[in-house]
Design a protein around this ligand. Structure first.
Ligand SMILES: Cc1cc2nc3c(=O)[nH]c(=O)nc-3n(C[C@H](O)[C@H](O)[C@H](O)COP(=O)(O)O)c2cc1C
Length: 419
């Protein structure tokens, strides 16, 4: 009888390094915390921190005052629709990135690695300059690798081209189609530097989706195999890392046996104690049934996003908070939420409070853990733990979940020791 394989029978190779082929995906805004990433690295895999809204994150974590300073500088603009003057101070963006990355890297133990997830759609009212600062300072501060996310990133490698670590850090990209990958490779051909890994993210992932609202027509395995065949035909030896809906160790083994170098997973870790989501909100993730989850167009980025239908971000009509945040302002100071909000102001001139239904103020709600983005299989989380006597669910440890992926077989999920 053939012996059933486990994830632990495989290794991800980066040069001479060998890693457990489990990568915990980047989850902004500080959902994939340093603590979560550090556990993945300690256990021999790869963890991500996210560089989304870092000035806010370092204020909370390291007592910096970046948000207050920015808010003070632009306070006279709060009631204006035109946000074009609200610019980030690049020195502060650099300092926040340096702090978060270097503190995380200093704390790293074990044989694994820590990458940073860097989303191009966080255009920060000066897309090129802010992205350049974020990427280069992360390299300066010693990050092991960068995962380029939420965007095509056609120019991102060039922004790091002359950085001393450009050829030694692990640099990869997330794509959801062969076309996106081909475009990236074509645009970067002159740099003579291929990505070190490619995350192929399917439509069941959490966060923003690289698909339209017809996401359900696509499936991860098909896209993964198509990209694998393309790389083989082109004689390109780049590790492929599928992501989106890989819920058990057996799901992961299926991909590893089909040629994946590793898997990227996230949803299972949203209910880990080390994850940034507050425990009260984690209980909402546990409780969710399939009908409680939707993919909608509320994100001002224009990408569909999956979230729990009962989250406070949906329908909230708060005033845009770009003077404090403003991470989604495009190069001209526009954000789709500002337009939606101002339309409602005009429609309800006397109302103190109203609802904005078509867009959400993503910066504010992600920052406050009020936008409950989640993967498709969130409704299965309740089956991964015990129910407490009071009806709540027992929060897991990252180590337990990681090891379950690493060692489980037969589509089983190991329950944790009962508290
Ligand atoms: C709560 C949550 C937040 C996420 N945020 C981001 C993000 O900020 N950037 C990103 O590239 N992917 C993000 N993702 C996607 C994950 O990194 C990962 O690729 C995907 O969710 C894997 O599928 P799974 O959740 O089914 O395991 C997020 C996923 C979740 C569940």
């Amino acid at each position: 009888m053939a012996v059933m394989k486990r994830v632990d029978d495989f290794r991800l190779r980066f040069g001479k390094r060998e890693l457990v082929p489990i990568m915990i995906g980047g989850m902004g805004v500080d959902i994939s915390t340093a603590e979560l990433a550090l556990e993945a690295a300690r256990l021999g895999g790869i963890g991500h921190i996210s560089d989304a809204m870092l000035p806010t994150v370092t204020d909370r974590r390291y007592k910096t005052k970046f948000v207050r300073e920015k808010q003070k500088q632009y306070k006279l603009n709060v009631h204006k629709a035109d946000k074009s003057i609200v610019q980030f101070d690049l020195a502060q963006v650099a300092e926040a990135t340096r702090l978060h990355v270097s503190k995380t890297m200093e704390a790293k133990r074990g044989d694994g690695m820590i990458f940073v997830n860097c989303m191009e759609k966080l255009t920060m009212n000066a897309p090129r300059e802010t992205l350049c600062t974020r990427l280069r300072v992360a390299l300066d501060a010693g990050i092991d690798g960068i995962t380029l996310a939420a965007g095509l990133h056609l120019g991102s490698f060039a922004l790091m081209e002359d950085h001393p670590r450009f050829r030694d850090a692990q640099l990869g990209i997330i794509v959801s189609s062969l076309r996106a990958l081909q475009l990236f490779l074509r645009k970067n051909a002159r740099l003579n530097r291929l990505p070190d890994f490619i995350v192929v993210e399917g439509p069941l992932a959490g966060g923003h989706l690289g698909f339209g609202m017809d996401w359900a027509k696509y499936d991860l395995r098909t896209i993964f195999l198509e990209i694998g065949q393309f790389l083989q035909a082109e004689h390109l030896d780049i590790p492929l890392i599928p992501a989106g809906g890989i819920f058990t160790g057996s799901d992961a083994v299926d991909f590893l046996e089909s040629g994946a170098a590793a898997v990227q997973v996230a949803t299972r870790f949203t209910v880990a104690a080390e994850c940034g989501i507050p425990e009260k909100v984690q209980q909402e993730y546990f409780k969710a049934s399939e009908e409680d989850i939707e993919v909608n167009m509320l994100s001002p980025t224009g990408y569909p996003m999956r979230m729990l239908k009962n989250c406070p971000a949906i329908g909230s009509g708060i005033r845009p908070n770009c003077e404090a945040f403003g991470y989604l302002l495009d190069g001209n100071g526009n954000c789709a939420y500002i337009d939606a909000y101002n339309r409602e102001v005009a429609a309800h001139p006397d109302a103190k409070k109203f609802s904005v239904r078509d867009k959400t103020c993503l910066c504010t709600h992600m920052r406050n853990y009020d936008c409950w983005t989640c993967g498709h299989y969130t409704y299965r989380l309740k089956d991964t733990t015990h129910r407490n006597a009071d009806g709540t669910y027992q929060v897991l440890t990252a180590e337990h979940i990681f090891r379950d992926y690493q060692f489980s077989t037969d589509n089983k999920v190991a329950l944790p020791p009962q508290n």
